[in-house]
Design a protein around this ligand. Structure first.
Ligand SMILES: *Cc1c(COP(=O)(O)O)cnc(C)c1O
Length: 379
């Protein structure tokens, strides 16, 4: 089955009690048993919920996995993966990933005796020298947030497979429409479904998708034991969002390309970071592993004072100044003061995340209107 069909049909059955075509929101905490242990497969709603199950099955199908696991947020899904580890274990992570992931690793989990190495993952060969007998997990994100760097998933997977290390790929920016990391050797795919999967900026939700049965057993155990599960209403919203992922992503890609090219030709703009440009340093890898280049990009101004960026950030009318991404409406953000404020300034600047860098999540409005908005704001 092709993705467009899976997005609408996978995991979904008409509701057995009424035939409702849309999976109902099973707003219940428990399920009545006929006699002790005799039930319909549902005992308690932290453990199982039919709305969540439908979404988990849909997610597994869409990412070409076998198992989907839903969490109350993207970061709750991240935490579940880290809880697979034991004190003394080491993790190799990309040095320019989502600020909240960096914060969890350094501020929450380091004190439990886990060791994190943050490295440039654009060169997969550079990973090998950080691998030792304690390395258990490689964590990467591609494209990265906000520098739009690309990791070669296949190249990293060839290293993890040799050394029996888990590879987790945060696929939030690409979405399953553009990229399927499990097909390229990743063990776990993570999404903040808050972004493209939900797609309408109305829900916070996260998920993991995987193929291996014993890994699924461990992560399901953590999901149920630790309890960071989403409510059924949130699962319903993500299920509904999935049904239009393909049409939304097509438009995100079209608009993204038009705006990236327009920005590049604007005399006041300095650099534009978008992996669709042929001279993007990792463009060939992006072309190999992605079906399109999406609507996420960052740019800097020739006037690199923070005041110049602030003027743009407060002048756009269609691009709303807000954290988050992946919704139908266009957003503009300032990573240094917003999403990446939790990363020390020296660390940020080392990775190219300067104070004047602005990030766009290009929505699915009319591209001409979006360009006119940027034009008046950049001035
Ligand atoms: C937003 C985001 C997360 C965290 O997800 P939440 O749903 O906000 O917890 C993780 N990774 C990436 C790339 C994100 O954009």
């Amino acid at each position: 089955m092709k993705l467009a069909t899976k997005l609408i049909h996978a995991g979904i059955e008409p509701d057995p009690s009424t035939g409702a075509i849309m999976t109902p929101i099973y707003q219940t905490s428990t399920y009545v048993q006929e006699s002790p242990g005799k039930h319909k497969g549902y005992e308690y709603a932290r453990t199982q919920n039919p709305t969540r199950n439908a979404l988990q099955n849909a997610l597994a199908a869409i990412e070409n996995g076998k198992y989907g696991l839903c969490f109350s947020s993207g970061l709750a899904a991240t935490v579940a993966v880290i809880k697979l580890l034991n004190p003394g274990d080491e993790v190799i992570a990309a040095n320019d990933m989502y600020g909240g992931t960096y914060r969890i690793f350094t501020k929450v989990f380091q004190k439990y005796g886990l060791k994190f190495h943050f490295i440039n993952m654009q060169d997969a060969n550079g990973i090998s020298k950080y691998i030792n007998k304690n390395t258990r997990l490689i964590w990467t994100e591609t494209p990265t947030n906000p520098m739009m760097n690309i990791t070669d998933i296949e190249a990293v997977a060839s290293i993890t497979k040799k050394s029996n290390i888990l590879l987790c790929v945060d696929n939030t920016f690409a979405s399953p429409y553009l990229q399927n990391p499990l097909d390229r050797g990743a063990d776990i795919v993570l999404h903040s479904a808050t972004k493209y999967l939900g797609g309408h900026s109305d829900v916070v939700h996260g998920c993991l998708i995987l193929k291996d049965a014993s890994l699924n057993e461990k992560l399901s155990f953590i999901q149920n034991s630790c309890g960071a599960v989403p409510g059924p209403q949130d699962c319903f919203l993500v299920l509904r969002g999935l049904k239009t992922l393909h049409v939304r992503m097509e438009r995100h890609c079209q608009n993204g390309e038009k705006i990236a090219k327009w920005l590049r030709n604007n005399g006041k703009v300095d650099k534009v970071f978008w992996c669709g440009f042929e001279d993007h340093p990792n463009h060939l890898v992006a072309k190999k592993q992605m079906r399109g280049f999406g609507g996420m990009m960052s740019f800097t101004l020739k006037d690199d004072r923070i005041e110049a960026a602030n003027k743009v950030l407060s002048s756009t009318k269609l691009f709303s100044l807000a954290e988050s991404l992946g919704g139908v409406e266009s957003l503009i953000g300032h990573p240094a003061s917003m999403t990446h404020a939790s990363i020390p300034r020296e660390e940020r600047i080392k990775n190219g995340l300067v104070d004047s860098l602005m990030r766009l999540s290009v929505g699915i409005e009319d591209a001409d209107d979006l360009i006119a908005d940027l034009d008046q704001a950049i001035g």
